[in-house]
Design a protein around this ligand. Structure first.
Ligand code: THU
Length: 160
């Protein structure tokens, strides 16, 4: 028997202004995407923007549905669109922001488990890490150097 310890290393910035300009711009696009959320049920708005190695940025927001499970998170809306529109491009960086229509969301909101699994698929496919930056509506921003860092013990295709 042995115990295995798994660690995730995150970098926490006090505010968006402390980040490099390209990340600030990417996050600003995620804020714009967040404002396009269709979230009449949860009143929770999420925006995701992905910078590709061809210079393009693909953004998405959460899209809800009266049949709740039929809706889709912002991260997957964005990453599936990026994968469909630019299948050969690599995804370099992803900025995420979330805000509630009911309260001030001032703590960083990480991607949900299903979104982590979906982002992991593209990171593994492209054999290159995707940097993830996430925040609430304002306040601290968290950086993860890769998706793998956020999803230890990932389920991946090599086992199939
Ligand atoms: N949501 C996202 O868009 N991304 C996440 O990572 C977590 C949750 C959305 C789904 C739903 O529309 C709302 O936030 C509340 O769960």
């Amino acid at each position: 028997m042995k115990e295995v310890k798994i660690e995730a290393v995150l970098v926490v910035y006090d505010s968006l202004e402390k980040l490099p300009e390209d990340i600030q711009k990417l996050m600003q696009l995620a804020v714009e995407a967040r404002n396009t959320a269709y979230s009449p049920y949860s009143k929770f708005n999420v925006g995701a923007s992905i910078l590709l190695d061809n210079g393009e940025v693909v953004s998405g927001s959460n899209q809800e549905n009266a049949s709740y499970p039929s809706g889709l998170c912002a991260e997957r809306t964005a990453i599936f669109y990026a994968g469909a529109k630019y299948p050969k491009a690599k995804m370099l960086k992803m900025a995420l922001t979330a805000s509630s229509q009911n309260q001030v969301t001032n703590k960083p909101i990480p991607p949900c488990g299903a979104c982590r699994q979906s982002i992991a698929e593209y990171e593994i496919k492209q054999k290159q890490p995707i940097e993830i930056y996430f925040m609430g509506a304002k306040g601290k921003v968290v950086k993860s150097k890769s998706l793998a860092n956020l999803l230890p013990l990932v389920f991946e295709s090599s086992v199939l």
